[in-house]
Design a protein around this ligand. Structure first.
Ligand code: ADP
Ligand code: MG
Length: 702
């Protein structure tokens, strides 16, 4: 996250800066600041680059009568009636409203958004943006965007930004705050691209572009602003990668590991299987890196179940044997714990001191681990991103293995610059080459393109609402013979509370209904570590047969007897994520099944998308399709605010801009390697404001 060095006491004397905490903006108090922080907005720059998800064109409002099927339209209407229903027994929730203007009446339906009921009430004026369709012969609009028309005049007559929200934020509030910020910080918005690049590209200045991204006068203005912000994004991604890479090669402080791989050999011999050829090849690439001058910056791709963990284990031991410490970082606590459990028996037998470090450890335990990392007593530490917090100090860190790279971006990798370890990033989601060249240009690539012998593809089926009962009967039947199932519920972006409620109500419903008598348990992100641990243990042991979970089980969980993965609202997941999820089952020799339950509101497009995963077993092909459908921002998880990279640009489409940005980075760093020129200094200032101190420091030490 961008650092914020602003202090309230300097308010009056200090010139305005986009690094100012967002509280400096009129209308943002401490509690709103907290809400804004949840969507990644900490300082003014974050706020100004919180770009709209879409826009409503309210220069011409439609009327109810003029709505055309399939075409997006915005119209003002009055709510005539609104009813909440739970149509399909306890599953789901439906809000049905009739709205009308002078020209007619239309039915509007929202699925699974029960909190809307307090807003959509008879008599209210409302602006609706959506697509008309026909449902059982009736004109209907499903899940439209809407906005209540309050006392203030509505934002009629112009193009209006629409932002991603979270609870406690409204469109109207964000529009107001961003408009204030644009006005009061206008003079503080410095150009951050090389002057020549902006001039030659005939693009708007940063100040103009930021304003037009939020409040464009017309489509042409919006398009130019977008192009400028894309160029900026691509320029900085590549600049950061170049800076990091150069820093690494210049410092060359990485230990060249001298290893005979004796620990590794003993570790591999203790396993009940031999490495596949692909695993062995990957491992020898890693060996070569560890002993080279340049060190290791490697991305290891391998489909779910291809056996990446063993390779990671061997690499960790190489660092230990050479007399250093090694860290293994996972994206969630559950995964960290699982890796820890997986490695500990073999590692302890080899006399390697291994510990766990996750955020929810008791403070005393955490302190002890911190101390022992500092003293060097701990040789291997397994944990979450708690490992790269600044208070964690290693005695001699030589290697960091990062599992499931998805959630670790360039910024997180940059945080590792302090210790400058060898880096191995592992992912089950193959990054297509074009994207890899932009986002991971600092990493070499190894691919495990072969599965361990005897793996059958997971049989995958779409389960429509009417087949749901049959599916549960099947699950109940299977568990009687010792097979276990996951029932998965998606994370709903708006509120975490609802996800938990969805899982909780399913738990209540199933335990007294379709899965009566089956040992069930629940797992979600709000549980304490001890609770999660207890549930996972019971599931591992087979005491619990069916696990009802939110997406905390998403990646890497390994329970061999689990054979069924039933995913609710499958249409809300990305294809690669679904492929990851189904990879959790059928890992113990028995056939695995994946059931994709779709809601009644799933569109034809969504179903077609799901068909792709029913047909295709190859994770690489699925990833390509996923990337094509969702774009790189969603695909890499950088779409969230606060994570730099591909929020507006798409290197697969914006090839010319990628090229232009890369030329500009090269020419800057060639003509001004220390970044001391006016252009260079500007870029450095931006790196510090938006990326991190580590990146800025790296750029200065070049
Ligand atoms: P992933 O690549 O998804 O992280 P894991 O490392 O979790 O895969 O491995 C999946 C399973 O395959 C584990 O049970 C692991 O012990 C097993 N495995 C790994 N390598 C081999 C191999 N060469 N032969 C047989 N089984 C293997
Ligand atoms: Mg794994």
């Amino acid at each position: 996250m961008a650092s914020t060095r602003a202090h309230a006491e300097t308010r009056s004397t200090r010139p305005k800066s986009l690094e100012d905490a967002v509280q400096f903006v009129r209308g943002v108090g401490p509690s709103r600041a907290e809400v804004l922080r949840r969507v990644g907005i900490e300082n003014v720059d974050d706020l100004l680059t919180y770009f709209p998800r879409t826009y409503y064109d309210r220069r011409q409002l439609a009327t109810v009568a003029s709505l055309q099927p399939g075409i997006e339209g915005t119209f003002a209407a009055r709510v005539l009636s609104a009813t909440q229903r739970s149509p399909f027994r306890r599953r789901g929730n439906l809000l049905v409203a009739a709205v009308g203007d002078d020209t007619g009446i239309v039915q509007v339906v929202w699925f699974n958004q029960p909190y809307l009921a307090k807003h959509i009430q008879p008599g209210r004026e409302i602006l609706i943006s959506g697509r008309l369709s026909y449902f059982r012969g009736q004109r209907q609009i499903t899940n439209p965007e809407f906005e209540l028309v309050g006392d203030e005049p509505a934002d009629g007559g112009r193009i209006v930004p629409v932002y991603r929200l979270t609870s406690g934020l409204s469109q109207r509030y964000l529009r107001g705050v961003i408009a204030h910020a644009l006005e009061s910080y206008r003079d503080a918005i410095a150009e951050n691209l090389p002057a020549k690049l902006v001039a030659e590209s005939h693009l708007p200045s940063r100040a103009e572009a930021l304003a037009a991204m939020h409040f464009p006068d017309d489509d042409a203005m919006r398009a130019r602003a977008l192009e400028r912000m894309k160029l900026e994004e691509l320029f900085y991604m590549q600049l950061v990668l170049s800076v990091v890479r150069r820093h690494q090669s210049e410092r060359a402080s990485r230990p060249r590991l001298k290893v005979s791989f004796d620990l590794e050999r003993r570790y591999l011999e203790s396993l009940p299987f031999a490495l596949t050829r692909a695993q062995a090849r990957t491992l020898s690439e890693i060996h070569a890196d560890l002993g080279s001058d340049r060190g290791m910056n490697r991305l290891l791709q391998g489909d779910v179940g291809s056996g990446k963990t063993v390779v990671a284990g061997a690499a960790l031991l190489a660092a230990v044997e050479a007399g250093y410490q090694a860290a293994f970082m996972a994206p969630t606590e559950i995964l960290a714990i699982q890796h820890f459990r997986n490695l500990v028996p073999a590692f302890e037998r080899l006399g390697v001191r291994t510990s766990l470090l996750v955020g929810s450890l008791k403070p005393a335990d955490k302190k002890r681990v911190h101390e022992e990392l500092k003293s060097g007593a701990i040789q291997v530490v397994v944990g979450t991103h708690a490992l790269i917090q600044s208070e964690v100090v290693f005695k001699k860190l030589a290697l960091v293995v990062i599992d499931e790279q998805h959630r670790f971006g360039v910024r997180q990798r940059a945080a590792l610059l302090k210790d400058d370890p060898h880096i191995l990033v592992m992912t089950a989601t193959p990054i297509p080459r074009t994207l890899a060249l932009t986002a991971y240009a600092d990493l070499d690539l190894s691919v495990i393109d072969e599965m361990p012998p005897g793996r059958a593809p997971i049989k995958t089926r779409i389960v429509p609402p009417e087949k749901r009962e049959a599916m549960f009967a099947y699950i109940k039947d299977k568990q009687a013979s010792g097979e276990q199932s996951y029932l998965l519920y998606p994370v709903i972006e708006e509120t975490e509370k609802q996800d938990v409620e969805a899982a909780e109500s399913a738990f209540a419903e199933l335990s007294s209904g379709l899965l009566k008598g089956v040992p069930l348990a629940m797992l979600h992100g709000r549980m304490s570590m001890a609770e999660k641990d207890e549930v996972m243990n019971a599931f591992h042991a087979g005491v619990v047969r069916v696990l009802i979970a939110t997406t905390v089980v998403e990646v890497g969980v390994h329970v061999p007897q689990a054979t069924i993965m039933a995913i609710h609202h499958a249409e809300r997941f990305g294809l690669s994520q679904l492929h990851q999820l189904r990879g959790r089952v059928g890992r113990g020799g028995r056939d695995g099944f994946c059931f994709l339950l779709v809601g009644d509101s799933a569109s034809a497009d969504a179903l077609e998308r799901l068909e792709a995963i029913v047909r295709e077993a190859d994770g690489f092909k699925i990833a390509e399709e996923d990337l094509r459908l969702r774009g790189p921002g969603e695909f890499l998880g950088t779409r969230q605010h606060g994570v730099p990279g591909f929020r507006v640009s798409n290197p697969l489409r914006d090839r010319e801009l990628v090229e232009k940005a890369s030329q500009a980075v090269k020419s800057l760093l060639t003509s001004d390697p220390r970044m001391d020129s006016p252009d260079g200094r500007r870029c450095k200032a931006h790196l510090r404001a938006v990326w991190s101190d580590d990146v800025a420091a790296a750029s200065m030490s070049m």
